[in-house]
Design a protein around this ligand. Structure first.
Ligand SMILES: Nc1ncnc2c1ncn2[C@@H]1O[C@H](COP(=O)(O)OP(=O)(O)OP(=O)(O)O)[C@@H](O)[C@H]1O
Length: 595
């Protein structure tokens, strides 16, 4: 499977195609009953398509031509034809329904599997992959795969139909049937020519479409940046160019389809028809009797033999799309970059909150160390602070403690045990992390604080009173029932942070981490939160990252970081006495009125 696991691949060798198809059929196994019923119905409809012209042919040649048709015979034949026609209609309906039902369910299964993989991927994957691409894998690609199944419907249908009609033709007139068979190589040439050209043309179209999507997703996400820097006109011009390229690619696709699809198949069909008439005409001129019914049957067969073949060729472009979409899904599943896993015997024990980092060295990219031999100790119930310049590695320590990334050099212990021995679920339940960026979901304040947790309204309100969020929530139009827009755009940054802190407090974590959590909050509210934190300190371990040093003065230990190393540590007064980096930072903030 690895041979096809190449990102953005647009053409595939026969072996790769077989591998992708095997993978897709593996998903279809659950729906084999429906697929089988549908194939049986395909056989019935194709059988009827092949048989029905024989009824008319028999009527013309045995009764009309011999002048012995009676009203009773005519009605019997007309009724038989009508009943068969109705049966064909009903069977065709159920054939399409069961096939589409089966393909819909198969693709739903794939979508679930891809999504359940994606939600366990590492942060590294999400850092490197644009949002739009992740969404596209789960929605657009699985949609394309669904259309891909319809290609199979068309293919099976076309094939079974050609076989059935072929058998009927041979039973009627062998030499005339060879005329049809003689044109099959030409059809194959057409199929190969179409597939080769369509791979290129459709590939260009897909690339152009992904450029359109990328530009759209990038510009909607960074709209404020575009407007702030007056880039709207330039973005419009860029989009216009990309959009024109897409339209051009689509026009090329239409041109190709218009030239090679139905017109070419129709031409072959008409040539065969002319040949049939010519051969019959020649036989008639040679003194043979005229079998009008036979002419009727073969005229009919030329349509029902070649028409599905035209549809088969037309679906080749979707086939190509399906291969690309399926290969991307396989790539995602095969190259899963999972979030760090706990040890197999990891336990779910309650923690008291002692944290120690032992000689941690860490790199995101395997080249540059962003943490260099960092050791940190926090006793249960203590408060420590991490301070230092931007990029010094403070948040990285938190990323490792939360197990967003795996590490190899050094270890992190909680209550003396490696965090690898704690189950992911237990670790994240007992550690509360409050980030600077608080995400809000569409829902009311209760929902946003509860986050699907099992908490009563009074518990939520109590937590909100504790953090001070309660007062601004009550000022909203419908209090706690007020709907918050997605992303929380209807709230100020400080209000969002208060909600975020409330969410975390509500869960009563054993270890609370505040990563620049009070940066957007005014001094008055911050004072309020500080007082709340003083109360929390008695109940849990507190790890605070802060640029504003006034907020961490009371910490039991302050770690000063620089370029991935701890360069100073101690209590506020000790660090001031040392007159080192912390002292300089504090002096600077005092001058700016921040301390
Ligand atoms: N996901 C990531 N992938 C690769 N490199 C990263 C990633 N996150 C951070 N870094 C790099 O690691 C280094 C430390 O970043 P970190 O976020 O830990 O710094 P910080 O001290 O928390 O900074 P700030 O105070 O600005 O938040 C930086 O050089 C940063 O570029």
């Amino acid at each position: 499977m690895n041979s096809i696991s190449q990102k953005k691949k647009n053409s595939f060798s026969i072996k790769e195609q077989a591998s992708i198809l095997k993978y897709l059929f593996h998903f279809a196994l659950n729906e084999r009953k429906h697929f089988l019923i549908s194939i049986i119905m395909m056989m019935i409809t194709s059988g009827l398509t092949a048989y029905m012209p024989l009824i008319i042919q028999g009527y013309i040649d045995q009764y009309l031509a011999k002048d012995n048709a009676t009203m009773a015979i005519t009605i019997r034949i007309a009724l038989t034809y009508l009943i068969l026609l109705l049966i064909k209609m009903v069977v065709t309906y159920f054939k399409d329904y069961t096939f589409k039902l089966a393909s819909e369910k198969t693709v739903a299964g794939m979508r679930n599997q891809i999504y359940s993989k994606v939600i366990h991927f590492s942060m590294d994957y999400f850092n490197k992959t644009p949002n739009g691409e992740v969404v596209s894998r789960v929605t657009n690609d699985t949609q394309t795969i669904k259309e891909f199944w319809n290609v199979f419907l068309t293919f099976f249908d076309g094939l079974i139909n050609a076989i059935m009609v072929g058998v009927a033709m041979f039973s009627l007139n062998i030499s005339m049937s060879w005329v049809f068979i003689a044109f099959i190589p030409l059809v194959f040439i057409l199929i190969i020519a179409y597939q080769k050209t369509s791979t290129i043309v459709y590939g260009r179209m897909r690339e152009a479409l992904s450029r359109v999507n990328a530009q759209l997703s990038e510009s909607t996400m960074g709209m404020w940046l575009i407007q702030q820097f007056n880039q709207s006109e330039r973005m419009k011009a860029d989009f216009d160019k990309i959009n024109s390229e897409y339209v051009e690619a689509r026009i090329n696709m239409f041109r190709l389809d218009a030239a090679l699809l139905m017109p070419a198949v129709n031409l072959i069909e008409q040539i065969v028809l002319v040949l049939v008439i010519w051969i019959f005409g020649k036989e008639l001129l040679g003194g043979s009797t005229l079998d009008v019914g036979m002419i009727y049957a073969f005229t009919n067969y030329s349509k029902s033999f070649f028409h599905p073949i035209g549809q088969m060729i037309g679906s080749l472009s979707i086939y190509q799309d399906g291969l690309v979409a399926a290969s991307r899904g396989i790539y995602l599943i095969d190259n899963a970059q999972y979030a760090p896993q706990a040890n197999t015997d990891a336990s779910d024990q309650a923690i008291s909150g002692t944290v120690s980092l032992k000689n941690m060295t860490f790199s995101y990219n395997g080249k540059q160390d962003v943490l260099k031999n960092v050791s940190i100790e926090v006793k249960a119930g203590q408060m420590i602070a991490l301070v230092g310049h931007t990029g010094s590695g403070k948040s990285t320590i938190i990323n490792l403690l939360m197990r967003f990334y795996d590490y190899s050099d050094g270890d992190i212990l909680i209550d003396g045990q490696s965090i690898r021995n704690l189950s992911q679920e237990s670790l994240r339940r007992q550690i509360g992390l409050v980030h600077q960026d608080a995400f809000m979901f569409y829902g009311n304040f209760y929902d946003n604080i509860r986050l699907h947790g099992d908490y009563t309204k009074s518990e939520i309100e109590k937590a909100a009173r504790f953090t001070g969020a309660d007062s601004f929530i009550r000022e909203q139009e419908n209090g706690y029932e007020t709907m918050v827009s997605e992303g929380g755009k209807s709230l100020s940054a400080g209000q969002r942070q208060l909600i975020n802190i409330t969410r975390t407090i509500l869960r009563k974590p054993r270890i609370l981490i505040l990563d620049e959590a009070t940066a957007n909050i005014d001094t008055e509210t911050e004072g309020y939160i500080q007082a709340s934190l003083e109360k929390i300190r008695q109940e849990c371990t507190l790890i605070v990252i802060a640029h504003r040093l006034s907020t961490i003065k009371k910490a039991d230990r302050i770690y000063v970081m620089n370029k991935g190393r701890v360069i100073e540590q101690g209590q506020h007064d000790d660090l001031i006495d040392q007159e080192g980096t912390y002292y300089n930072m504090y002096q600077l903030q005092s001058l700016q009125g921040l301390s």
